[in-house]
Each structure stands twice: as structure tokens, then as C-alpha cells.
Write a new protein. Structure first.
Ligand code: C2E
Ligand code: CA
Ligand code: CA
Length: 405
């Protein structure tokens, strides 16, 4: 729902905004006119112009909450349309992804130009080289993001996106318990692009919603094919990653439930992997959504556990089945006493709360042994298997040898 824009009126001579105050909104002049005055470093006030209907004033506030750079007074009775930062962000969020990113680039550039002008005013010199360099890097980055967004739009249709699957192994039995589906992008010119690069960008632009649904559908189909070709009927699980953008999308639970049922997969076999950050961003909404997912039978795993906003009290609040210990702790376990203690505590915590614990990023036997001795439930990492395409996966599942240490 969009909130109605607020109109504000100011009488002749009234101050609309004051230089140095924290800005919270911009205004579009509907009627009347205003004078823009800046206070010079010597304390003198100087009029720098007037603005009439159709002009915007105070726009820096919606860019980055910057203090007002000038004082604005009504020179005639004025009617102004107020645009709050929140309103602006909401409109931007709902805009077409390309429009959104273009706007962001222009705003960043605009802010930098103003910062540069400000430095010049204060120092009477050109901006320092580092600032220019940093600006250039930010711009290049933003332009790169626009390219990724544009290319990704067609990448799904052009079959450039695929899924790889990484086995997750039961520590006690040594058998495969399930898989995690991970997205792969083979770009025709740029080659392989890491999900660590493109996922945050498509998350930002909203394209992730379509991508996640595609991934879930693909992962369900793969699971069915593995079952029929290896005889593991309804025993294995499939973990699929979801972002906060997915959670905020319309009819999230209905849509994913439908995808799962259409694939004839038991919802119990699907585990949603989400991060702590997602939970903390909108705890109430996340809780409602997760409760619906759980009611439908799906499992819920917290990814990268230990790296986020770990206030442990929240663990009770959400319906969580699994904690995935972040790979950074596993990597440091034998180098750093602190990391080892953390791993022990997470395992103990998980046991108390009746959650399953997965250790991610296991690369050597020493780590695996230690984790098994700590009674960690599940293992994932290159030691067992790398993420791989479905055709290799089927062979791996058929010929899986229980690993002994
Ligand atoms: P993640 O969800 O934490 O996935 C685990 C990552 O660890 C994967 O990286 C996997 O290849 C890697 N990994 C597994 N075992 C080992 C190991 O033993 N050593 C090391 N060094 N790495 C290991 P990947 O595939 O590059 O994905 C990176 C991240 O991108 C994922 O981290 C996840 O946050 C995101 N991502 C990937 N696919 C998807 C997706 O379909 N949807 C969403 N929302 N995010 C995805
Ligand atoms: Ca994950
Ligand atoms: Ca992880």
C-alpha cells in the first residue's frame, strides 16, 4: 500500500529548512516560490537563487540523510509536496530493477559531486586523488552490477544457470543424508561467475525471487530422478537456499508449497536454508512465514550459523530444525582455541534445543574426526564430495562408500 503524499504549506517569510539541520525529506514545489540562502564560512548569508513550481528542494536528504546544505525560505505562500526518505526508498524498491540501479548510480554520483564541491570549498583545492579513485571504483562497481542484473534476466532462459549438488553425510552411519543445491552461472563471455558475486546483486534487484523458484523446481526434479535411479525412495533431503527478498515476495509459502507438491516430493524432504540476518531483519514476518513452512512439513536450517547477529535468545522464537556451523569455524578449529570452543558450544546448544547440527566446509580427516567425536550430526565439505552436476551425483549416490577414519 502506498501512503498518500503529504502536502505542506508555508507562509511568506517562513523558513522551510535550515542549513546544518539533519534532513529527513525533500520537497517538490507545487505553488509559490522559495529563496535559497547559504551561510558562508565567514558567517555572512548569501542568496544563491530562487526556485518555483516544479522544482525540487532538499533532495540530499533522501539520498543519504545529509545535513541541509542551505537554508530555504518561502518568498511567497508555498504549497510543497513532501517526499520522505522512507517513501522514496519504497518507491525505488518497487521500481523496475534497471531503473532502480540507474537511479542509485546517478544519486551516488550526485552525492560525490557535492562532496567534492564541499571539499573544494573548504580547502580551496581539487579533491585528493584517493577520493577520486574510490569514486571511480564505486562507479565501476555499480555499472558492473547493472550488467550482471541485465545479463541474469536472460541467463535463466538461455540455460546459462544450472544447479550443482553437494552431498550432506550422516556422521554416525557415514551414509548420504541429502544434498544442498547451489547455483552456477556459466556466462558466455565472462565464464564462470561465482554465486558469491551474483547472488547479492540479483537479491538487490529482486531477480532472485524468480531464480529461487526455478532452483527449487529444478532441485525437486533432480531429487525425484535420484530416487528413481538409485532406489532411495523418500529418504533423502534437498536443501535449497532462500534470501530475505524471497521471504518478502508475495505468496512465498503458497508458491513454494505448490512447486514441491507439483514435483511429487514430500515437503519433509525439502529444507529451506536461510541466514540469521534474514531472521533479524523482520523477526515477526519471518516467524509467521517459517511457521507456515513448518506446518506444510518443510525443514528449516540456519545457514552460516555463528557469523550473524547471534543473540541466542532468538533461537527459541523461530521454528528451526537445523543449525549449519559456518565453515570459518571449521577451518579454524584446529588453529584457534576460540573457534574450537565455539563449535563445541554450538553443538551443545543444538542438542539442548533438539536441532540437528551440520558442519560445513570439512576439508580434512582431522576436522571430521573431531566433529564426529563431538557428536555433530551431519557433515558437508570437499572431504566427502564437492558440489557436482546431477549426472555425476547419480553415480556418486549409487557407489557411495562409507568413509572410515
Ligand atoms: P552457502 O550457502 O554457505 O554454501 C556453501 C558454500 O561452501 C558453497 O559455495 C560450497 O561450494 C562451499 N563449500 C562446500 N564445501 C566446502 C569446503 O569443504 N571448502 C570450501 N572452501 N568451500 C566449501 P558456493 O557454491 O560458491 O556458494 C556461495 C554462496 O552463494 C552460498 O553459500 C550461498 O550463500 C550462495 N548461493 C549459492 N547458490 C544459491 C542459491 O541457489 N540461492 C541463494 N539464495 N544463494 C545461493
Ligand atoms: Ca547454504
Ligand atoms: Ca553456509
Amino acid at each position: 500500500m502506498s501512503s498518500p503524499d503529504t502536502q505542506k504549506t508555508f507562509k511568506t517569510g517562513e523558513t522551510i529548512m535550515r542549513q546544518g539541520d539533519k534532513g529527513e525529506s525533500a520537497y517538490i514545489i507545487e505553488e509559490g516560490s522559495v529563496e535559497i540562502i547559504i551561510e558562508r564560512p565567514d558567517g555572512e548569508e548569501q542568496s544563491v537563487g530562487t526556485r518555483g513550481p516544479g522544482s525540487m528542494i532538499g533532495e540530499m536528504a533522501i539520498v543519504d540523510n545529509a545535513p541541509r546544505t542551505a537554508t530555504v525560505k518561502a518568498v511567497q505562500d508555498c504549497t510543497l509536496l513532501e517526499i520522505t526518505q522512507e517513501d522514496f526508498s519504497r518507491r525505488l524498491k518497487n521500481a523496475d530493477p534497471v531503473l532502480r540501479m540507474t537511479t542509485q548510480v546517478i544519486l551516488t554520483r550526485y552525492r560525490d559531486t557535492l562532496t567534492r564541491a564541499e571539499i573544494r570549498r573548504l580547502t580551496n583545492s581539487w579533491p585528493p586523488a584517493e577520493l577520486l579513485e574510490q569514486e571511480h571504483a564505486e562507479e565501476t562497481h555499480a555499472v558492473e552490477d547493472i550488467k550482471i542484473t541485465n545479463d541474469f534476466k536472460t541467463a535463466l532462459e538461455k540455460n546459462e544457470i544450472s544447479l550443482h549438488y553437494q552431498p550432506i553425510v550422516n556422521f554416525q552411519t557415514g551414509k548420504i543424508s541429502g544434498f544442498e543445491a547451489l547455483m552456477r552461472w556459466e556466462h558466455p563471455e565472462k565464464g564462470f561467475i561465482s554465486p558469491a558475486v551474483f547472488i547479492p546483486v540479483i537479491e538487490e534487484s529482486g531477480l532472485i525471487v524468480e531464480a529461487s523458484r526455478w532452483a527449487l523446481r529444478e532441485a525437486c526434479k533432480t531429487l525425484k530422478r535420484i530416487e528413481s535411479q538409485t532406489g532411495h525412495d523418500r529418504e533423502l533431503h534437498m536443501s535449497v537456499n532462500f534470501s530475505s527478498t524471497d521471504f518478502a515476495s508475495e505468496n512465498f509459502v503458497d508458491t513454494i508449497y505448490n512447486i514441491i507438491s507439483e514435483s511429487d516430493v514430500d515437503p519433509k524432504q525439502i529444507h529451506l536454508e536461510i541466514t540469521e540476518r534474514l531472521l533479524m531483519q523482520q523477526p515477526d514476518n519471518a516467524k509467521d512465514t517459517l511457521l507456515m513452512c513448518r506446518k506444510a512439513g518443510m525443514g528449516i536450517a540456519i545457514d552460516d550459523f555463528g557469523t550473524g547477529y547471534s543473540s541466542l535468545s532468538y533461537l527459541h522464537y523461530f521454528p528451526i530444525d537445523t543449525l549449519k556451523i559456518d565453515q570459518s569455524f571449521i577451518r579454524d578449529m584446529h588453529k584457534d582455541e576460540g573457534a574450537m570452543e565455539l563449535v563445541k558450544s554450538i553443538i551443545a546448544l543444538g542438542k539442548n534445543l533438539k536441532m540437528a547440527i551440520v558442519a560445513e566446509g570439512i576439508e580434512d580427516k582431522e576436522e571430521a574426526k573431531a566433529l564426529r567425536d563431538l557428536e555433530c550430526d551431519l557433515a558437508q565439505g570437499y572431504l566427502y564430495a564437492r558440489p557436482m552436476p546431477e549426472r555425476e551425483l547419480i553415480d556418486i549416490v549409487r557407489n557411495w562408500e562409507v568413509m572410515e577414519f
